[in-house]
Write a protein that binds this ligand. Sequence first.
Ligand code: URA
Length: 238
Amino acid sequence: MERLQKIIANSGYCSRRKAEELILSGKVEVNGVIINTLGSRASYSDTIVINGVTLKSESKEYILLYKPRGVVSSVSDEKGRKTVVDIVESKNRLYPVGRLDYDTSGLLILTNDGELTNLLIHPSHEVEKVYIVKVDEIVNPSLVKSLEKGVIIGGKKTGRARVKIKKIDKKKKSSLIELTIYEGRNHQVKKMFEAIGYKVSKLKRERFAFLTLDGLSSGEYRHLNIKEVKKLYAIAKK
Ligand code: URA
């Protein structure tokens, strides 16, 4: 179940705000009943009629993007910066599943499937995310390993995590660490490193669930196939 205005917006019919206006003006019917207050929920299988026309959902599209650094993970940007949606050619209204920071690169899924998006970003579904972290100093391996026990960020302890030290370059005074997490809090990786006294200088997401960046260069993308989409649903619904 999902808010009615969200279902309408996700179908590609109009924006969420416009959908709210339509609902409030009594133009929306769900299974034959006019709904004219906000806050009602419906399901994607309900029959939704707007101004007498039955809502048909857009065909669903799923894209795996290798997001470059210097691109915003949203549909539009008030500062006029390039967004992930600008990179991808589509006639659908796609949006990112979660976010990567402006200066983070790596794997990002874009879709117009609101149901899958909500399942994947819901904290209880614990989708595995693997990051490669660069720190411009020689890190203390046991201190970095302590991230596995959890650190407090934003007043709350972080959940399950796995740490692998990939490389410590004594000459260049830099370290590469692989960090696997199952949550997706705001700036989580940077904050986890900050909590143990390190500043992340570069961050890349290498994996999201079973999906990797194999075969793609920065700025490139590909469509997910039906098997991959089904597998994502299966993982998210577990
Ligand atoms: N953690 C961060 O700090 N930034 C990202 O972009 C993703 C995870």
